[in-house]
Design a protein around this ligand. Structure first.
Ligand code: BES
Ligand code: MN
Ligand code: ZN
Length: 489
Protein backbone atom coordinates (compact mmCIF):
# COMPACT_ATOMS: atom_id res chain seq x y z
CA UNK A 1 0.00 0.00 0.00
CA UNK A 2 1.35 3.36 -0.99
CA UNK A 3 0.87 5.88 1.81
CA UNK A 4 1.09 9.53 0.76
CA UNK A 5 0.31 12.90 2.25
CA UNK A 6 -0.83 15.99 0.34
CA UNK A 7 -2.34 19.42 0.93
CA UNK A 8 -5.27 19.08 -1.46
CA UNK A 9 -7.71 16.43 -2.60
CA UNK A 10 -6.59 15.17 -6.02
CA UNK A 11 -8.41 15.28 -9.32
CA UNK A 12 -10.00 12.15 -10.73
CA UNK A 13 -11.42 9.01 -9.23
CA UNK A 14 -11.11 8.16 -5.57
CA UNK A 15 -13.17 7.24 -2.56
CA UNK A 16 -13.40 10.04 -0.04
CA UNK A 17 -13.03 9.21 3.64
CA UNK A 18 -14.49 11.77 6.03
CA UNK A 19 -13.74 11.46 9.75
CA UNK A 20 -16.75 12.34 11.90
CA UNK A 21 -16.50 13.01 15.63
CA UNK A 22 -19.48 11.52 17.42
CA UNK A 23 -22.71 13.20 16.40
CA UNK A 24 -20.93 16.32 15.20
CA UNK A 25 -21.74 16.56 11.49
CA UNK A 26 -19.59 19.60 10.70
CA UNK A 27 -17.02 17.45 8.85
CA UNK A 28 -19.62 17.03 6.09
CA UNK A 29 -19.53 20.75 5.23
CA UNK A 30 -17.00 20.17 2.45
CA UNK A 31 -19.65 18.14 0.60
CA UNK A 32 -21.46 21.31 -0.45
CA UNK A 33 -24.99 20.61 -1.69
CA UNK A 34 -24.75 16.93 -0.67
CA UNK A 35 -24.15 17.81 2.96
CA UNK A 36 -27.77 17.64 4.12
CA UNK A 37 -28.57 14.37 2.38
CA UNK A 38 -25.42 12.74 3.72
CA UNK A 39 -26.18 13.94 7.23
CA UNK A 40 -29.69 12.53 6.95
CA UNK A 41 -28.30 9.21 5.70
CA UNK A 42 -26.05 8.98 8.73
CA UNK A 43 -28.88 9.84 11.10
CA UNK A 44 -31.20 7.29 9.57
CA UNK A 45 -28.54 4.61 9.96
CA UNK A 46 -28.02 5.57 13.63
CA UNK A 47 -24.41 6.51 12.93
CA UNK A 48 -23.00 7.89 16.17
CA UNK A 49 -19.39 8.48 15.14
CA UNK A 50 -17.87 6.03 17.59
CA UNK A 51 -14.16 5.43 16.93
CA UNK A 52 -13.63 2.80 14.22
CA UNK A 53 -17.28 2.75 13.15
CA UNK A 54 -17.98 3.36 9.46
CA UNK A 55 -20.81 4.09 7.04
CA UNK A 56 -20.58 3.96 3.28
CA UNK A 57 -22.64 6.19 1.00
CA UNK A 58 -22.66 7.49 -2.54
CA UNK A 59 -23.13 11.19 -2.94
CA UNK A 60 -22.74 14.00 -5.42
CA UNK A 61 -19.34 15.52 -4.66
CA UNK A 62 -19.49 18.82 -6.53
CA UNK A 63 -20.73 17.24 -9.73
CA UNK A 64 -19.12 13.78 -9.48
CA UNK A 65 -20.85 10.75 -8.00
CA UNK A 66 -18.44 9.52 -5.39
CA UNK A 67 -18.12 6.80 -2.78
CA UNK A 68 -18.08 8.56 0.58
CA UNK A 69 -16.90 6.59 3.57
CA UNK A 70 -17.67 8.23 6.87
CA UNK A 71 -15.48 6.95 9.72
CA UNK A 72 -16.09 7.78 13.36
CA UNK A 73 -13.34 9.20 15.56
CA UNK A 74 -15.28 9.30 18.84
CA UNK A 75 -15.93 12.34 20.93
CA UNK A 76 -12.57 12.83 22.61
CA UNK A 77 -9.55 14.44 20.98
CA UNK A 78 -7.97 12.27 18.30
CA UNK A 79 -4.96 10.47 19.77
CA UNK A 80 -2.39 8.49 17.80
CA UNK A 81 -4.35 5.37 18.64
CA UNK A 82 -7.60 6.78 17.28
CA UNK A 83 -5.73 8.07 14.23
CA UNK A 84 -4.51 4.53 13.50
CA UNK A 85 -8.05 3.21 13.89
CA UNK A 86 -9.27 5.81 11.41
CA UNK A 87 -6.72 4.77 8.78
CA UNK A 88 -7.23 1.10 9.52
CA UNK A 89 -11.00 1.23 9.37
CA UNK A 90 -10.92 3.09 6.06
CA UNK A 91 -8.46 0.59 4.59
CA UNK A 92 -10.49 -2.40 5.78
CA UNK A 93 -13.66 -1.05 4.16
CA UNK A 94 -12.03 -0.12 0.88
CA UNK A 95 -9.33 -2.76 0.42
CA UNK A 96 -11.32 -5.00 -1.93
CA UNK A 97 -14.07 -2.51 -2.76
CA UNK A 98 -12.98 -1.91 -6.34
CA UNK A 99 -11.60 1.50 -5.41
CA UNK A 100 -7.91 2.12 -6.18
CA UNK A 101 -7.30 5.33 -4.26
CA UNK A 102 -8.67 6.35 -0.89
CA UNK A 103 -8.43 9.99 0.14
CA UNK A 104 -8.70 10.54 3.88
CA UNK A 105 -9.36 14.19 4.63
CA UNK A 106 -8.07 14.93 8.12
CA UNK A 107 -8.25 18.75 7.75
CA UNK A 108 -10.70 19.29 10.55
CA UNK A 109 -9.02 17.08 13.13
CA UNK A 110 -6.18 19.34 14.26
CA UNK A 111 -3.67 16.50 14.23
CA UNK A 112 0.06 17.01 14.77
CA UNK A 113 2.48 15.38 12.33
CA UNK A 114 2.82 12.26 14.46
CA UNK A 115 -0.90 11.56 14.82
CA UNK A 116 -1.48 12.36 11.14
CA UNK A 117 1.33 9.99 10.15
CA UNK A 118 -0.29 7.30 12.25
CA UNK A 119 -3.44 7.50 10.10
CA UNK A 120 -1.15 6.20 7.38
CA UNK A 121 0.34 3.57 9.65
CA UNK A 122 -3.11 2.25 10.55
CA UNK A 123 -4.05 2.02 6.87
CA UNK A 124 -0.82 0.21 5.99
CA UNK A 125 -1.12 -2.25 8.90
CA UNK A 126 -4.76 -3.07 8.20
CA UNK A 127 -4.08 -3.63 4.50
CA UNK A 128 -1.42 -6.27 5.11
CA UNK A 129 -2.38 -9.73 3.90
CA UNK A 130 -0.59 -12.81 2.68
CA UNK A 131 -2.13 -14.33 -0.42
CA UNK A 132 0.83 -16.41 -1.61
CA UNK A 133 -1.06 -19.69 -1.37
CA UNK A 134 -4.38 -18.47 -2.78
CA UNK A 135 -3.93 -19.41 -6.41
CA UNK A 136 -7.62 -19.17 -7.25
CA UNK A 137 -8.68 -15.85 -5.76
CA UNK A 138 -11.59 -14.34 -7.68
CA UNK A 139 -10.86 -10.88 -8.99
CA UNK A 140 -13.45 -9.36 -6.72
CA UNK A 141 -11.67 -10.78 -3.69
CA UNK A 142 -8.30 -9.37 -4.66
CA UNK A 143 -7.26 -6.06 -3.14
CA UNK A 144 -8.09 -3.15 -5.41
CA UNK A 145 -6.80 -0.39 -3.16
CA UNK A 146 -3.22 0.58 -4.00
CA UNK A 147 -2.91 4.02 -2.48
CA UNK A 148 -4.06 5.91 0.59
CA UNK A 149 -3.70 9.66 0.29
CA UNK A 150 -4.07 11.66 3.46
CA UNK A 151 -4.93 15.32 2.91
CA UNK A 152 -4.97 18.21 5.33
CA UNK A 153 -2.09 16.94 7.54
CA UNK A 154 0.48 19.48 8.71
CA UNK A 155 3.70 20.02 6.74
CA UNK A 156 6.32 17.42 7.61
CA UNK A 157 3.88 14.54 8.02
CA UNK A 158 5.22 12.58 5.05
CA UNK A 159 8.72 12.82 6.52
CA UNK A 160 7.47 11.75 9.92
CA UNK A 161 5.71 8.77 8.33
CA UNK A 162 8.69 7.72 6.23
CA UNK A 163 11.21 8.03 9.04
CA UNK A 164 9.27 6.91 12.08
CA UNK A 165 6.34 4.72 11.07
CA UNK A 166 7.04 3.14 7.68
CA UNK A 167 9.93 1.16 9.25
CA UNK A 168 7.60 -0.02 12.00
CA UNK A 169 5.13 -1.19 9.37
CA UNK A 170 7.96 -3.03 7.60
CA UNK A 171 8.92 -4.74 10.85
CA UNK A 172 5.37 -5.80 11.67
CA UNK A 173 4.93 -7.08 8.11
CA UNK A 174 8.03 -9.27 8.40
CA UNK A 175 6.80 -10.71 11.70
CA UNK A 176 3.34 -11.41 10.32
CA UNK A 177 4.80 -13.10 7.26
CA UNK A 178 7.01 -15.41 9.33
CA UNK A 179 4.18 -16.25 11.71
CA UNK A 180 1.74 -16.90 8.87
CA UNK A 181 4.01 -19.24 6.92
CA UNK A 182 3.40 -22.93 7.61
CA UNK A 183 6.06 -25.10 9.22
CA UNK A 184 6.97 -26.94 6.03
CA UNK A 185 8.12 -23.60 4.66
CA UNK A 186 9.54 -21.87 7.75
CA UNK A 187 11.81 -24.10 9.84
CA UNK A 188 15.01 -23.02 11.62
CA UNK A 189 17.23 -22.89 8.54
CA UNK A 190 14.65 -21.26 6.28
CA UNK A 191 13.70 -18.81 9.02
CA UNK A 192 17.31 -17.63 9.01
CA UNK A 193 17.36 -17.44 5.20
CA UNK A 194 14.08 -15.54 4.96
CA UNK A 195 15.09 -13.07 7.65
CA UNK A 196 18.57 -12.58 6.22
CA UNK A 197 17.09 -11.77 2.81
CA UNK A 198 14.61 -9.35 4.35
CA UNK A 199 17.35 -7.57 6.31
CA UNK A 200 19.69 -7.12 3.35
CA UNK A 201 21.02 -3.59 3.31
CA UNK A 202 19.54 -2.79 6.73
CA UNK A 203 22.91 -2.34 8.42
CA UNK A 204 22.12 -5.10 10.92
CA UNK A 205 24.94 -7.48 11.74
CA UNK A 206 23.85 -11.12 11.56
CA UNK A 207 25.45 -14.11 13.20
CA UNK A 208 24.12 -17.67 12.98
CA UNK A 209 25.07 -20.64 15.14
CA UNK A 210 24.53 -24.11 13.68
CA UNK A 211 24.24 -27.36 15.60
CA UNK A 212 27.96 -27.96 15.81
CA UNK A 213 28.56 -24.49 17.23
CA UNK A 214 25.81 -24.96 19.81
CA UNK A 215 27.09 -28.40 20.76
CA UNK A 216 30.48 -26.88 21.39
CA UNK A 217 28.93 -24.28 23.66
CA UNK A 218 27.07 -26.97 25.59
CA UNK A 219 23.53 -25.92 24.74
CA UNK A 220 22.08 -29.24 25.84
CA UNK A 221 18.61 -27.88 26.58
CA UNK A 222 17.98 -26.28 23.21
CA UNK A 223 19.55 -29.20 21.33
CA UNK A 224 17.56 -31.70 23.38
CA UNK A 225 14.35 -30.16 22.05
CA UNK A 226 15.66 -30.16 18.47
CA UNK A 227 16.94 -33.75 18.42
CA UNK A 228 13.62 -35.34 17.45
CA UNK A 229 13.42 -33.34 14.24
CA UNK A 230 15.20 -33.77 10.92
CA UNK A 231 15.34 -29.96 10.81
CA UNK A 232 18.56 -28.71 12.36
CA UNK A 233 18.39 -26.09 15.08
CA UNK A 234 19.79 -22.60 14.65
CA UNK A 235 20.53 -19.64 16.86
CA UNK A 236 20.17 -16.32 15.08
CA UNK A 237 21.79 -13.20 16.52
CA UNK A 238 21.08 -9.71 15.16
CA UNK A 239 23.08 -6.69 16.26
CA UNK A 240 22.18 -3.05 15.85
CA UNK A 241 24.85 -0.57 16.88
CA UNK A 242 23.23 2.83 16.85
CA UNK A 243 24.12 3.96 20.33
CA UNK A 244 27.86 4.49 20.64
CA UNK A 245 29.58 2.38 23.29
CA UNK A 246 26.70 1.93 25.74
CA UNK A 247 25.83 -1.60 26.91
CA UNK A 248 23.18 -3.15 24.66
CA UNK A 249 19.66 -4.13 25.55
CA UNK A 250 18.83 -7.69 24.51
CA UNK A 251 15.59 -9.10 23.15
CA UNK A 252 15.28 -12.87 23.08
CA UNK A 253 12.65 -14.79 21.11
CA UNK A 254 11.27 -18.32 21.35
CA UNK A 255 11.41 -19.71 17.84
CA UNK A 256 9.78 -23.14 17.89
CA UNK A 257 8.91 -23.37 14.21
CA UNK A 258 6.48 -26.18 15.01
CA UNK A 259 5.50 -27.55 18.38
CA UNK A 260 3.98 -31.04 18.21
CA UNK A 261 4.72 -31.42 21.91
CA UNK A 262 7.36 -34.05 21.08
CA UNK A 263 6.91 -37.43 22.80
CA UNK A 264 4.48 -35.69 25.19
CA UNK A 265 2.46 -35.16 22.03
CA UNK A 266 -0.33 -32.65 21.78
CA UNK A 267 -3.91 -33.60 20.81
CA UNK A 268 -4.71 -33.35 17.07
CA UNK A 269 -7.44 -30.75 17.56
CA UNK A 270 -5.98 -27.35 16.77
CA UNK A 271 -2.38 -28.55 16.57
CA UNK A 272 -1.94 -26.62 13.31
CA UNK A 273 -1.83 -23.47 15.43
CA UNK A 274 1.59 -24.53 16.63
CA UNK A 275 3.11 -23.25 13.39
CA UNK A 276 3.07 -19.89 15.15
CA UNK A 277 5.04 -21.10 18.15
CA UNK A 278 7.87 -19.00 16.73
CA UNK A 279 5.92 -15.77 17.33
CA UNK A 280 8.45 -14.56 19.91
CA UNK A 281 11.35 -14.97 17.48
CA UNK A 282 9.21 -13.39 14.77
CA UNK A 283 8.58 -10.37 16.97
CA UNK A 284 12.26 -9.97 17.78
CA UNK A 285 13.43 -10.02 14.16
CA UNK A 286 10.57 -7.76 13.06
CA UNK A 287 11.47 -5.27 15.77
CA UNK A 288 15.15 -5.36 14.77
CA UNK A 289 14.11 -4.58 11.21
CA UNK A 290 12.02 -1.64 12.44
CA UNK A 291 14.83 -0.30 14.65
CA UNK A 292 17.40 -0.53 11.86
CA UNK A 293 14.93 0.96 9.39
CA UNK A 294 14.50 4.04 11.50
CA UNK A 295 18.16 4.13 12.54
CA UNK A 296 17.45 3.97 16.25
CA UNK A 297 20.08 5.61 18.41
CA UNK A 298 20.57 2.60 20.65
CA UNK A 299 22.58 -0.59 20.90
CA UNK A 300 20.30 -3.58 20.59
CA UNK A 301 20.79 -7.33 20.37
CA UNK A 302 18.03 -9.56 19.00
CA UNK A 303 18.48 -13.28 19.48
CA UNK A 304 16.31 -16.20 18.44
CA UNK A 305 16.45 -19.83 19.52
CA UNK A 306 15.12 -21.77 16.54
CA UNK A 307 14.06 -25.42 16.79
CA UNK A 308 11.32 -27.78 15.69
CA UNK A 309 9.76 -29.90 18.45
CA UNK A 310 8.97 -33.31 16.96
CA UNK A 311 8.49 -36.89 18.19
CA UNK A 312 10.77 -39.43 16.52
CA UNK A 313 13.25 -42.21 17.09
CA UNK A 314 15.82 -39.78 18.37
CA UNK A 315 13.46 -37.47 20.24
CA UNK A 316 14.14 -36.75 23.88
CA UNK A 317 12.07 -38.72 26.39
CA UNK A 318 10.17 -37.64 29.49
CA UNK A 319 12.60 -38.14 32.35
CA UNK A 320 15.71 -37.32 30.31
CA UNK A 321 18.19 -35.07 32.10
CA UNK A 322 19.91 -32.42 30.00
CA UNK A 323 22.77 -30.09 30.85
CA UNK A 324 22.22 -26.48 29.87
CA UNK A 325 24.88 -24.05 28.68
CA UNK A 326 24.76 -22.48 32.15
CA UNK A 327 25.87 -25.78 33.64
CA UNK A 328 22.56 -26.30 35.44
CA UNK A 329 20.80 -29.59 34.80
CA UNK A 330 17.13 -30.09 33.94
CA UNK A 331 14.88 -33.11 34.24
CA UNK A 332 12.59 -32.99 31.21
CA UNK A 333 9.30 -34.19 32.70
CA UNK A 334 7.22 -33.02 29.76
CA UNK A 335 8.70 -32.61 26.29
CA UNK A 336 5.90 -30.16 25.47
CA UNK A 337 7.37 -27.62 27.89
CA UNK A 338 10.10 -26.98 25.33
CA UNK A 339 10.05 -23.22 24.96
CA UNK A 340 11.67 -22.63 28.33
CA UNK A 341 14.45 -25.09 27.43
CA UNK A 342 15.20 -23.14 24.28
CA UNK A 343 15.10 -19.81 26.10
CA UNK A 344 17.38 -21.06 28.87
CA UNK A 345 20.34 -21.56 26.52
CA UNK A 346 19.58 -18.44 24.50
CA UNK A 347 19.61 -16.41 27.73
CA UNK A 348 22.95 -17.83 28.86
CA UNK A 349 24.43 -17.17 25.43
CA UNK A 350 23.32 -13.56 25.31
CA UNK A 351 24.56 -12.84 28.84
CA UNK A 352 27.97 -14.44 28.31
CA UNK A 353 28.56 -12.75 24.98
CA UNK A 354 27.01 -9.30 25.28
CA UNK A 355 26.64 -8.37 28.96
CA UNK A 356 23.31 -6.68 28.22
CA UNK A 357 21.98 -3.89 30.46
CA UNK A 358 18.59 -5.63 30.45
CA UNK A 359 17.00 -8.68 28.82
CA UNK A 360 13.44 -8.96 27.59
CA UNK A 361 12.25 -12.27 26.21
CA UNK A 362 9.18 -12.90 24.07
CA UNK A 363 7.60 -16.34 23.89
CA UNK A 364 4.37 -18.14 23.07
CA UNK A 365 5.19 -20.03 26.22
CA UNK A 366 2.06 -21.33 27.91
CA UNK A 367 -1.57 -22.12 27.27
CA UNK A 368 -2.09 -21.11 30.90
CA UNK A 369 -1.49 -17.43 30.14
CA UNK A 370 -4.51 -17.54 27.82
CA UNK A 371 -6.56 -18.94 30.69
CA UNK A 372 -5.34 -16.04 32.87
CA UNK A 373 -5.50 -13.08 30.50
CA UNK A 374 -7.51 -14.24 27.49
CA UNK A 375 -6.54 -12.55 24.25
CA UNK A 376 -6.44 -9.01 25.63
CA UNK A 377 -3.07 -8.85 27.33
CA UNK A 378 0.29 -10.52 27.14
CA UNK A 379 1.62 -11.47 30.56
CA UNK A 380 4.78 -9.83 31.85
CA UNK A 381 6.97 -11.42 34.51
CA UNK A 382 9.98 -9.52 35.78
CA UNK A 383 12.57 -9.29 38.54
CA UNK A 384 12.68 -5.49 38.29
CA UNK A 385 9.94 -2.99 39.17
CA UNK A 386 11.48 -0.19 37.15
CA UNK A 387 11.57 -2.38 34.05
CA UNK A 388 7.93 -3.31 34.69
CA UNK A 389 6.98 0.34 34.87
CA UNK A 390 8.89 1.31 31.70
CA UNK A 391 7.53 -1.64 29.74
CA UNK A 392 4.06 -0.76 30.97
CA UNK A 393 4.45 2.73 29.61
CA UNK A 394 5.67 1.45 26.23
CA UNK A 395 2.79 -1.02 26.19
CA UNK A 396 0.23 1.72 26.68
CA UNK A 397 1.80 3.96 24.05
CA UNK A 398 2.17 1.20 21.46
CA UNK A 399 -1.11 -0.64 21.96
CA UNK A 400 0.71 -3.94 22.63
CA UNK A 401 -0.92 -4.34 26.03
CA UNK A 402 0.75 -6.01 29.02
CA UNK A 403 -0.48 -7.19 32.40
CA UNK A 404 1.98 -7.90 35.18
CA UNK A 405 1.94 -11.34 36.74
CA UNK A 406 3.43 -12.33 40.10
CA UNK A 407 6.62 -14.28 40.75
CA UNK A 408 8.24 -15.54 43.95
CA UNK A 409 10.04 -18.18 45.98
CA UNK A 410 7.02 -20.42 46.64
CA UNK A 411 6.50 -20.76 42.88
CA UNK A 412 10.20 -21.41 42.34
CA UNK A 413 10.15 -24.33 44.76
CA UNK A 414 7.56 -26.06 42.57
CA UNK A 415 10.15 -26.82 39.90
CA UNK A 416 12.73 -28.48 42.14
CA UNK A 417 13.59 -31.97 40.89
CA UNK A 418 14.63 -35.07 42.87
CA UNK A 419 17.28 -35.97 40.29
CA UNK A 420 18.48 -32.70 38.71
CA UNK A 421 18.78 -28.99 39.53
CA UNK A 422 15.23 -28.43 38.34
CA UNK A 423 12.44 -29.98 36.30
CA UNK A 424 10.87 -28.30 33.30
CA UNK A 425 7.28 -28.26 34.59
CA UNK A 426 5.46 -27.56 37.81
CA UNK A 427 1.87 -28.47 38.65
CA UNK A 428 -1.00 -27.37 36.39
CA UNK A 429 -1.88 -24.49 38.69
CA UNK A 430 0.03 -21.30 38.00
CA UNK A 431 1.54 -22.87 34.88
CA UNK A 432 2.64 -19.55 33.37
CA UNK A 433 4.30 -18.49 36.61
CA UNK A 434 6.35 -21.65 37.10
CA UNK A 435 7.40 -21.32 33.45
CA UNK A 436 8.65 -17.81 34.21
CA UNK A 437 10.40 -19.05 37.37
CA UNK A 438 12.19 -21.62 35.24
CA UNK A 439 13.52 -18.95 32.87
CA UNK A 440 14.52 -16.78 35.82
CA UNK A 441 16.94 -19.47 36.96
CA UNK A 442 19.01 -18.64 33.88
CA UNK A 443 19.19 -14.90 34.54
CA UNK A 444 22.43 -13.87 36.20
CA UNK A 445 22.24 -11.96 39.47
CA UNK A 446 21.69 -8.23 39.04
CA UNK A 447 20.48 -8.34 35.44
CA UNK A 448 17.10 -6.67 34.93
CA UNK A 449 14.98 -9.17 33.02
CA UNK A 450 11.41 -9.42 31.82
CA UNK A 451 9.63 -12.37 30.25
CA UNK A 452 6.62 -11.65 28.08
CA UNK A 453 4.27 -14.57 27.45
CA UNK A 454 2.52 -13.80 24.16
CA UNK A 455 0.68 -17.11 23.67
CA UNK A 456 -2.66 -15.27 23.66
CA UNK A 457 -1.47 -12.44 21.41
CA UNK A 458 0.64 -13.74 18.51
CA UNK A 459 -2.43 -14.85 16.56
CA UNK A 460 -5.97 -13.45 16.48
CA UNK A 461 -9.07 -15.30 15.35
CA UNK A 462 -10.81 -12.04 14.57
CA UNK A 463 -9.80 -8.86 12.81
CA UNK A 464 -9.10 -5.62 14.67
CA UNK A 465 -9.03 -2.01 13.47
CA UNK A 466 -5.38 -2.35 12.45
CA UNK A 467 -4.96 -6.06 11.70
CA UNK A 468 -6.69 -8.66 9.60
CA UNK A 469 -7.36 -11.87 11.49
CA UNK A 470 -4.30 -14.09 11.76
CA UNK A 471 -0.76 -13.12 12.66
CA UNK A 472 -0.78 -9.88 14.67
CA UNK A 473 2.88 -8.89 14.81
CA UNK A 474 2.49 -8.43 18.57
CA UNK A 475 5.70 -7.34 20.24
CA UNK A 476 7.26 -5.39 17.38
CA UNK A 477 5.62 -2.13 18.38
CA UNK A 478 6.24 -2.75 22.06
CA UNK A 479 9.97 -3.25 21.46
CA UNK A 480 10.16 -0.30 19.09
CA UNK A 481 8.42 1.97 21.58
CA UNK A 482 10.45 0.72 24.54
CA UNK A 483 13.70 1.43 22.71
CA UNK A 484 12.41 4.88 21.67
CA UNK A 485 11.27 5.79 25.19
CA UNK A 486 14.02 4.22 27.27
CA UNK A 487 17.18 3.56 25.25
CA UNK A 488 17.26 6.52 22.89
CA UNK A 489 17.37 9.33 25.41
N1 BES B 1 3.73 -23.52 22.65
C1 BES B 1 3.05 -24.02 23.78
C2 BES B 1 2.18 -22.97 24.47
C3 BES B 1 0.96 -22.53 23.71
C4 BES B 1 -0.24 -23.18 23.87
C5 BES B 1 1.02 -21.43 22.89
C6 BES B 1 -1.36 -22.74 23.21
C7 BES B 1 -0.10 -20.99 22.22
C8 BES B 1 -1.30 -21.65 22.38
C9 BES B 1 4.07 -24.52 24.81
O1 BES B 1 5.24 -25.03 24.30
C10 BES B 1 3.40 -25.61 25.57
O2 BES B 1 3.13 -26.61 24.99
N2 BES B 1 3.17 -25.37 26.86
C11 BES B 1 2.52 -26.33 27.67
C12 BES B 1 3.27 -26.39 28.96
C13 BES B 1 2.88 -27.58 29.82
C14 BES B 1 3.34 -28.86 29.18
C15 BES B 1 3.51 -27.42 31.19
C16 BES B 1 1.09 -25.86 27.88
O3 BES B 1 0.86 -24.66 27.98
O4 BES B 1 0.22 -26.71 27.91
MN1 MN C 1 5.05 -27.10 23.85
ZN1 ZN D 1 5.77 -24.36 22.43
Amino acid sequence: MKIRFADQRPEGEFALVLPVAGNDRSALASMGTAQAALGAALDSQRFDGEAASAQENFADDHGTMRRILVVGTGTESVTGEVAEKLGGTAAAKLLTSGVKTAVIDVSGLGLDTDAAARVGLGAALRSWRYDRYHTKLKDKHKPSLTEVLIVGAPAGTQKRYDERWAPVYQGVALTRELVTEPANIIYPESFVERVTASLKGSGLEIEVLDRAAMEKLGMGALLGVAQGSVREARMMVLKWNGGGDSRPIAFVGKGVTFDTGGISIKPAQGMEAMKWDMGGAGAVVGAMKALAGRKAKANVIGICGLVENMPGGNAQRPGDVVTTMSGQTVEVINTDAEGRLVLADALTYVQRNFKPSAIIDFATLTGAIIISLGHEYAGIFTNNDELAQKLGSAANASGDKLWRMPMGEPFDRLIDSPIADMKNVGPREGGSITAAQFIKRFVEKGTPWAHIDIAGKAWADKASATAEKGATGFGVRLIDEYVAEVCER
